[in-house]
Design a protein around this ligand. Sequence first.
Ligand SMILES: [Ca+2]
Length: 99
Amino acid sequence: MVDTDGDGISDNAEIRFGSNPNDPLSRFQFTLGKDPSDQPQLAWSTKENEAYHIEYCDALGQPWQQLGTVYGTGQAQNFVDPTSPRPAKRFYRVVAYEW
Ligand SMILES: [Ca+2]
């Protein structure tokens, strides 16, 4: 794995997610928080021409299910999980696709 800036994220992954592979402060960022109505809110850096499928499962080992799609803009985007009532536990992943 080539990691030119030594930030632990490969150059290939940085290029894919639109961060600078020569700047250790530029990296893919993903955060999980809550929106004002207390629903889970995912936020991450996006790249133009990428679509991001938000997937979830409520127990590891179960199939991932699609929750929504967000289109990249080159800016941070977020997605609120509208599921109500909320499950006791939920796992998320964001899968990037070129479009
Ligand atoms: Ca890197």
